[in-house]
Ligand binder design. Sequence first.
Ligand code: 3HC
Length: 291
Amino acid sequence: MPKVAVIGAGTMGHGIAELFAIAGYEVALVDVAEDYLKRALQNVEWSLKKLAEKGQIKEDPSVVLSRVKPIVNDVCKAVEGAELMVEAVVEDIEVKRRVFAEADRCAPPEAILATNTSSLPITEISEAVRPERRSKVVGMHFFNPPVLMPLVEVIKGAYTSDETVKKIVEYASKLGKQTVIVNKDVPGFIVNRILARVNDAACWMVARKEATVQEVDSALMYKAGLPMGAFILLDYTGIDVACFIGDAMSKRGFKTHPCPLIVEKCQQKKFGVKTGEGFYKYPAPGKFQWP
Ligand code: 3HC
């Protein structure tokens, strides 16, 4: 069975692992603690059952789930024999670079090392691996929830080869995803760069008391036709993630005007669904329910 390694079992990581398992890969899923992996596998199981109920997967969910092998804190073991690694750890350049350096040491020479970073430059991450591997480092950016969102951005860093981009497009297609190739490794790539502006505009309107959170979200959902309003989406993807992205992008020259309401939520650790409160409240932290 072909093998991939997914590093980081959080919101994005477990969804990415699930997609590869559905596509028939053995998936080594790594996180730093057993508890995180246990929760990740429970989430994958829940999601697989949902997909099975709707006839969207043909195999029994337990068979798909058995292809996901949890590994505690051992990137080296996970990438052994893997043809692809997708890294989905926290948005911290140093943590990501450590994962890439370790994966480079242990993965087969032909393996591709991809990052699901939301905003950090692929080129900076590539420089953590030996020069001979850099052409195989690439961005493979999924959207939350990875299982349902149809798009994958494929981002080329300064060293990424066309062959690597082509292979990632093929992997994405096996997962049933559409791809957009991002040829310029610019802060936020395409989607997050635009979303950052939308979130800022929405947040400043509320900060200046020009509209309420509910009014902005209603206008975006019921008039502009978006599936989620800006504030619900911030809660859904995590306000902490928005703060990481804003920070990473502004450090790299993308001018932002940090909106005080978002900054405050981050300081208060009110990150949205995951903590039970963000711009809205969620009675069961970690479980999304429409407010
Ligand atoms: N796996 C399987 N099923 C799932 C699921 C998952 N992970 N998540 C939700 N579902 C199911 C729900 O349980 C529900 O099932 P039901 O019909 O049996 O009740 C069904 O999908 C529909 O869900 P909801 O009723 O909650 O509501 P929606 O119809 O609105 O669908 C949504 C949910 C697909 C998340 C939709 O609201 C949506 O598209 N929202 C926008 C998401 C988005 O824009 N994501 C990108 C964010 S940016 C990003 O990720 C970048 C990163 O770098 C930060």
